[in-house]
Design a protein around this ligand. Sequence first.
Ligand code: KIV
Length: 256
Amino acid sequence: MPVTTQQLIQWKQQKRSIVALTAWDYAIAQILDAAGVDLILVGDSMAVVLGYETTLPITLDEMLYHAKAVRRGVKRAFLVVDLPFGTYQDIQQAMHSAVRVLKETGAQAVKLEGGYAAMIETIARLVQAGIPVMGHVGLTPQSIHQIGLRQQGKSEEDSERILNQAIALEQAGVFAIVLEHITADLAMQITQKLSIPTIGIGAGVHCDGQVLVTSDILGLSEKQPPFAKVYTNLRETITKAVQEYSLEVREKKFPE
Ligand code: KIV
């Protein structure tokens, strides 16, 4: 049965952890979906897979192109697509971008970064228009030039600000919230306070689910954030395979 927003909320109530990962193409999406991942995110972190240094340059058209490929590989998981930087600056632009994502890719929801007042208003309008929205607070990489990539919510004031943003996002109607690189204690407070699921990344064990960037866990990224766990080293595996193939071609051992 395909995963729905209601199912995600029910899993929170049942304390059944939600497993989320990012995907950028058909093959990866198919593998993740068949392995039982609950939520697949076409995150704008894909910018790094495409060779950009930050998430800022990736365009809506690039996100749409990859999201369509991911969609073709996903049968069960709930599919969310990030709205990239500069595509939801005001309500009208956000509506236009989110509608394109849902119509053109077949994804079930969009994710937007930030919890300040104008963003809450934008999100409320998207939800009222029937667009499922996932929130994202704490470290928001699209604001890298304002807040850097450091852990958020360390001071009492900052922690209260993020908690209030999460509450406002729930009131605006998001079905889930990504909590990125905040203290485990703050993530626990938010998780207990909200009735929608929190999906943590570098936010400790108390969230309702966890998300990581797939190229990080597979050891494909050139560098990973400190909170990512590398489960296998595909860079090494691929290098060995390519070297073996190259040698066999040069020594005329392949094809046999
Ligand atoms: O872009 C992305 O991959 C994300 C995750 C890190 C949550 O937003």
